[in-house]
Design a protein around this ligand. Structure first.
Ligand SMILES: NC(=O)c1ccc[n+]([C@@H]2O[C@H](COP(=O)([O-])OP(=O)(O)OC[C@H]3O[C@@H](n4cnc5c(N)ncnc54)[C@H](OP(=O)(O)O)[C@@H]3O)[C@@H](O)[C@H]2O)c1
Length: 230
């Protein structure tokens, strides 16, 4: 994730770089550090994927799909672009995003016609339980179906918070931009929606792995997530 020094999520709201630092230089760090994390793809929440995907909803005649078996499209040797989309709201119109093969993680309750649309687009899909919110099951399905062991969780706030609560994050990699947002109420990079007494990170602890200062003053922090000592 990229964040401001106050932990906020939306780069479009950040203060501008100082004189002599190029905004595009800061932006490119995100793509440059990703390959160094050794993942076979990336995942994001439904809201973020709807921003990335350019597809439009359309009516597809159901070819009679009734089972809720995973479908694997023509992945080739591409990395995965995974949307956690329990209700089947994302429309793709193609089988790839940023050159990576599109995969939808769905609830078993999505309609047959939505599955038909994904089949027509060549988008792979797996299921994460009846309501699509069993994230451990989603990770098992992705691992078993595609043979991947590591994926980058790339936001937004809601899905990051849900994975934190589920204890499914084993490393946190954050690029801290030399910028501030400052407005009360703006999303931070983790936003679990729960009661005031809930602690989504309970039982977990962060072990510092590395810190690198990148060109333009971006700071790259990496932490391993461990079980908290008792
Ligand atoms: N700074 C960065 O590096 C960065 C990176 C990525 C995104 N962003 C920004 O983040 C914003 C979006 O963040 P967001 O928090 O609103 O949305 P999000 O995390 O992209 O998606 C949230 C959605 O994921 C689904 N979801 C949540 N918890 C789930 C669970 N436990 N199981 C299954 N599905 C679950 C829900 O979909 P349903 O509502 O359909 O149920 C929920 O509405 C965008 O503006 C984007 O530009 C910033």
């Amino acid at each position: 994730m990229v964040t401001s020094i106050d932990g906020r999520l939306h780069p479009s709201r950040f203060t501008v770089p100082v004189a002599g630092v190029d905004k595009d230089r800061l932006r490119r760090h995100y793509d440059e550090v990703s390959p160094r994390l050794g993942a076979r793809g990336w995942m994001c929440g439904r809201v973020t994927m709807q921003e990335i995907s350019k597809g439009k909803g359309r009516t597809v005649t159901s070819p009679g799909i009734t089972s809720r078996e995973a479908f694997v499209g023509d992945r080739g040797d591409r990395d995965l672009a995974v949307a956690i989309d329990p209700n089947g709201k994302v429309h793709y119109g193609q089988d790839h995003l940023h050159g990576d093969h599109a995969v939808a993680v769905l609830s078993e309750g999505v309609s047959d016609t939505y599955l038909a649309e994904l089949l027509e687009d060549g988008v792979s899909y797996v299921f994460a339980g009846p309501d699509g919110r069993d994230l451990a099951k989603a990770m098992d399905a992705l691992g078993e179906t595609f043979g991947v062991e590591t994926l980058l969780l790339e936001g937004g706030a809601g899905i990051n918070g849900a994975f934190l609560k589920a204890g499914l994050i084993d490393e946190i990699s954050v690029l801290i931009q030399p910028a501030v947002d400052g407005l009360a109420g703006v999303q931070s990079i983790f936003e679990y929606r729960g009661g005031p007494d809930e602690r989504p990170g309970a039982g977990q602890a962060l072990r510092h792995m590395s810190t690198e200062t990148l060109e333009g003053g971006m700071v790259w922090l990496r932490y391993r997530v461990e079980q908290a000592p008792t």
